[in-house]
Write a protein that binds this ligand. Structure first.
Ligand code: FAD
Ligand code: NAP
Length: 314
């Protein structure tokens, strides 16, 4: 039987932005409901060491997110394991349909749906997804003990994944389309010192090759971006780490977006183009995309939702 739940603040997403919004909205006595989505804890649950979240010199991503969840719950956030499938922002109260059948109605909505991994879009990548091709080293690295692995990308994620995968792999080839990494210097230094990692500069992944019976990867073909020369690399696992795109599916047709789909917010604010709807974290941040900045925006969104509700009550 479908159920209807009303809340003053509906928080959609359970990454650092969502949980921080939960802490602040709870402390403002707004009794928020937070819907966790398909990835409770968000992107940090797909990584290992986090070394740049204040208060921790080192913490495991999944542990940090469990602590954030506990914090939000302890302050009074109602945390629900559901996925929002449809959101109607055309009138207040706003309505959101959950996969569970629950209909959520809300005076304000905080969108904190974050970002998801990008793929190259190659047919061979699609064919071997889940059978040797992955976007999550922490999830799948263990399957490649003693094997050769390829990582594609040149940002923090690619470098961290390459380093992490050396715990399992006999060799990791990092394929990057330029000859310069965009990752932080500290990570680049670690990468360059690691004897198991071999960078392949100025190359694009051309094709993942493998067997059909059973389905599995045997290697990749990489193309030099200037000469077109093809290099074949044996590998059992291929990790695509070329960045993330904002998870804007619920709002892309009703809210203003820019820079590849990031939700536009007003300057120095999390307010979107619809009064009462706020956006925080990687969904709106094309620039910094960090746990701490997402948490900061979650705080802002909850404080702005509180002001919005107070103004409506006046
Ligand atoms: P996310 O963490 O992306 O969470 C989004 C949430 O929205 C998820 O809970 C998801 O389930 C939910 N959701 C999505 N759609 C729906 C829906 N329809 N209904 C309900 N819920 C929904 N940053 C750092 O500061 N330090 C690091 O060391 C670091 N390491 C990283 C390592 C990796 C491998 C990756 C991928 C990222 C890393 N980052 C790091 C970046 C950091 O994870 C993000 O900046 C941060 O998680 C963004 O938080 P967020 O709250 O905006 O969203
Ligand atoms: P990113 O910084 O956007 O880097 C993506 C990388 O993939 C870039 O090197 C890019 O190449 C490459 N790329 C993009 N599209 C490609 C394509 N079609 N083919 C080949 N290569 C392609 O993404 P990210 O590394 O996932 O990081 C996302 C955010 O999370 C960043 O803000 C990052 O700082 C943060 N993060 C932080 C940490 C940390 O603090 N320790 C860890 C992980 C992630 P170019 O360089 O040529 O553009």
């Amino acid at each position: 039987m479908s159920d209807t739940r009303h809340t003053k603040v509906l928080i959609i997403g359970s990454g650092p932005a969502g949980y921080t919004a939960g802490v602040y909205a709870s402390r403002a006595m707004l009794e928020p409901i937070l819907v966790q989505g398909m990835e409770p804890g968000g992107q940090l649950t797909t990584t290992t060491d986090v070394e740049n979240y204040p208060g921790y010199t080192e913490v495991q991503g999944p542990d940090l997110m469990i602590k954030m969840e506990e914090h939000a719950r302890a302050m009074g956030t109602e945390i629900i394991g559901d996925i929002i499938l449809d959101l109607d922002l055309s009138k207040r109260p706003f309505t959101a349909k959950g996969d569970s059948g629950t209909l959520y109605t809300a005076d304000t909505v905080i969108l904190a749906t974050g970002a998801r991994a990008k793929w190259l879009g190659l047919p061979s990548e699609e064919k071997f997804k889940g059978f040797g091709v992955s976007a999550c080293a922490t999830c799948d690295g263990f399957f490649y003990r003693g094997q050769e692995i390829v990582v594609v990308g040149g940002g923090n994620t690619a470098v961290e994944e390459a380093l992490f995968l050396t715990n399992f792999a006999s060799k990791v080839t990092l394929i990057h389309r330029r000859d310069e990494l965009r990752a932080e210097k500290i990570l680049i230094n670690r990468l360059m010192k690691n004897e198991k990692i071999e960078p392949l500069w100025d190359h694009q992944l051309e094709e993942v090759v493998g067997d059909d019976m059973p389905l599995g990867v045997t290697g990749v073909r990489a193309k030099h971006v200037k000469t077109g020369e093809i290099t074949e690399i044996p590998a059992k696992g291929v990790f695509i780490a070329i960045g993330h795109a904002p998870a804007n599916e619920l709002v892309k047709d009703v809210l203003d977006t820019h820079m590849g789909g990031y939700v536009v917010t007003k300057p120095d604010s999390t307010a979107t183009s619809i009064p009462g709807v706020f956006a925080a974290g990687d969904l709106t941040d094309h620039k910094y995309r960090q746990a701490v900045t997402s948490a900061g925006m979650g705080c802002m969104a909850a404080l702005e939702a509180e002001h919005f509700i107070a103004e409506q009550d006046d």
